[in-house]
Design a protein around this ligand. Structure first.
Ligand code: FES
Length: 152
């Protein structure tokens, strides 16, 4: 009789422990757990306000970074480019040809690695196809008082 109870207690504890882990996987703690299913892990989004003092790549004109902000571009990757001392542009990093992620700009040109479309990094316009539509552009507002750029 005692053996049966021990087995049932073990089964119960195993079930509870497994359920608890699954709840953690689907919750806010998923990113700190290992072994969770990838689709249970949330995407890590960046803040819409970028502190230029902390973003080395944006401290010089021509610099650029990729970001993923939940409220901008449907949460897909964007590229933030410093186009002047106080001007920035934010462009979708999703190629308008077939949806590949484009690279960071090189000499004001953004290139798609898939079929070679090239875009102007200062405004998203197409330089050469096969893409025919520009990279969508989002608001990028510089605040000189705080040296920040707010996206979206
Ligand atoms: S997906 Fe970018 S050029 Fe085709």
């Amino acid at each position: 009789m005692e053996v049966v109870l021990d087995r049932k207690r073990r089964e119960f504890l195993t079930t509870v422990a497994h359920g608890g882990v699954c709840m953690l996987c689907s919750g806010a703690f998923a990113s700190v757990l290992t072994g969770c299913n990838e689709e249970d892990n949330p995407v890590a989004f960046d803040e819409p306000v970028i502190d230029i003092n902390k973003e080395t790549a944006l401290q010089n004109v021509g610099g650029a970074v990729k970001k993923r902000i939940s409220s901008v571009n449907g949460g897909s990757v964007i590229i933030v480019v410093r186009t002047g001392e106080t001007t920035f542009v934010a462009l979708s990093a999703i190629c308008t040809h077939q949806g590949s992620e484009v690279g960071l700009p090189d000499k004001d040109v953004i290139t798609c690695p898939n079929h070679g479309s090239r875009f102007n990094a200062t405004n998203g316009s197409v330089i050469n196809g096969p893409a025919t539509s520009p990279l969508p552009k989002f608001t990028a507002t510089y605040d000189a008082n705080y040296n920040t750029v707010t996206i979206g």
